[in-house]
Design a protein around this ligand. Structure first.
Ligand SMILES: Cc1cc2nc3c(=O)[nH]c(=O)nc-3n(C[C@H](O)[C@H](O)[C@H](O)COP(=O)(O)OP(=O)(O)OC[C@H]3O[C@@H](n4cnc5c(N)ncnc54)[C@H](O)[C@@H]3O)c2cc1C
Length: 373
């Protein structure tokens, strides 16, 4: 019978998936979550890759459609002056709002007997035996001379050619994907040259913690005009395909959220001093649409070692090392390819050619899809 309890710091996708997997093995688990459910998160809301199989193995995939998940099987790429043909994905992905997905996982964890303490931020410095860090992405105000930030909003009245459109520009890429009931999710990664702050939309919102996720920006009176100008960031340069796409967009202002200080450089789990999963290990560049998958996969890799620790069959150090090794083996190559792809995509001079030719070259297209997920 399991005895050692597990405490998971962070109830995002990784933390909740791990909690569910551990509860399925009757381990005593508590999740501490700084925020609450449901809430909007900065995310392309596009689940693709091996994490889909993880969800199936944990019995969660069948619950997605009822929570509003839609299968997505086509994609198209745009640069300011070029566009690709519409491409079919090899395996359909899922499009689902994080508002619904995180709440679904939280409900399932509770249903299985897990305890979640919402609105409770853990402020300790040291992770001791039995504590898992699932606190999401690390804060890195400047990386390689750039400030990276993410924005997301839901909207209506945005006609799309494909289930997912990816719009490149020299300073951003923006994914627009179909959600249920005619809504779309618009989510982008943006960069600005580091230097004196010039009113980057989200800089002021940094919390004191390692996570930089922000609450959705409710359109309170004082914030209204600022919000309007932040929403313009999505539209891009006049004349670009992205500008045209969003010409008549009706934004759901309550769904707007932003995150800053993103670090895209790959890290290894073994280098971390604590037992960590998901973005807590490292963040894969969002263009791959694979961060959620890595959150699910890393959580799954942690279930068995943590259950063995709980039963007293592994020491904490053994369990932690086993998880770190498994995650590094699974993700190292994927992260290296994604890092290379991310750098390529931000080379402005190459964007038109990349958009036009890569989706046409079957072998290259398949290679990129396979290696980054
Ligand atoms: C612009 C952008 C677009 C993206 N698009 C996609 C996409 O299309 N597809 C995809 O698969 N991935 C995408 N991602 C990545 C994806 O969102 C993440 O990989 C995923 O959310 C990671 O899950 P996680 O559980 O590790 O972290 P999170 O989901 O960030 O959860 C961490 C949780 O920990 C909590 N927390 C933090 N600190 C504490 C503390 N001290 N105490 C208590 N709680 C704490 C936070 O409140 C949060 O709920 C995107 C990311 C960005 C930035």
């Amino acid at each position: 019978m399991p005895t050692n309890p597990i405490t998971i710091i962070g109830g995002g996708l990784a933390g909740l998936t791990l909690g569910i997997g551990l509860r399925q093995k009757s381990v005593l688990v508590t999740v501490l979550e700084a925020g609450h459910y449901p809430r909007h998160r900065v995310c392309g809301e596009f689940i693709s890759g091996h994490g889909q199989a993880t969800l199936a193995r944990l019995g969660l995939a069948d619950k997605l459609p009822a929570a509003g998940a839609m299968p997505a099987s086509t994609t198209q790429f745009f640069s300011p002056r070029a566009k690709s043909a519409i491409r079919k994905l090899r395996e359909p992905a899922w499009s689902i709002s994080r508002y619904a997905l995180d709440a679904l996982l939280a409900d399932e964890f509770r249903r299985l007997g897990g305890e979640i303490r919402e609105n409770e931020r853990w402020r300790g410095n040291e992770y001791t035996a039995g504590m898992v860090r699932a606190t999401g992405r690390r804060l890195q105000p400047v990386e390689n001379g750039w400030r990276w930030f993410g924005l997301k909003v839901h909207a209506r009245n945005v006609p799309l050619n494909a289930d997912l459109e990816m719009h490149l520009s020299p300073s951003s890429y923006l994914g627009i994907s179909r959600l249920k009931d005619g809504e779309v999710n618009i989510c982008g990664l943006f960069r600005r040259a580091a230097g004196p702050e010039r009113g980057a939309p989200v800089r002021r919102e940094h919390g004191e913690s390692r996570t930089t996720e922000l609450e959705p920006q409710a359109p309170q009176f004082a914030e209204k005009s600022r919000l309007k100008s932040e929403l313009q960031t999505f539209r891009g340069a006049p004349g670009s395909p992205r500008f045209e796409r969003l010409a008549n967009a009706v934004f759901d202002e309550d769904s707007f959220c932003s995150v800053a200080g993103l670090s895209l450089r790959p890290h290894r789990a073994a280098q971390s001093g604590d037992c960590c999963i998901g973005d807590g290990i490292t963040m894969i560049p969002p263009v791959t649409g694979n961060g959620m998958s890595m959150a699910f996969e890393s959580a799954e890799l942690a279930i068995e070692p943590l259950a063995a620790y709980s039963r007293g069959q592994l020491t904490w150090n053994e369990a932690q090392a086993t998880i770190a090794r498994a995650c590094d083996e699974r993700f190292a190559r994927r992260l290296a390819w994604a890092w290379g792809l991310q750098r390529l995509l931000f080379m402005a001079a190459l964007q038109d050619s990349l958009v036009k030719f890569v989706p046409r070259w079957e072998r290259l297209w398949r290679l990129l899809l396979d290696r980054t997920r």
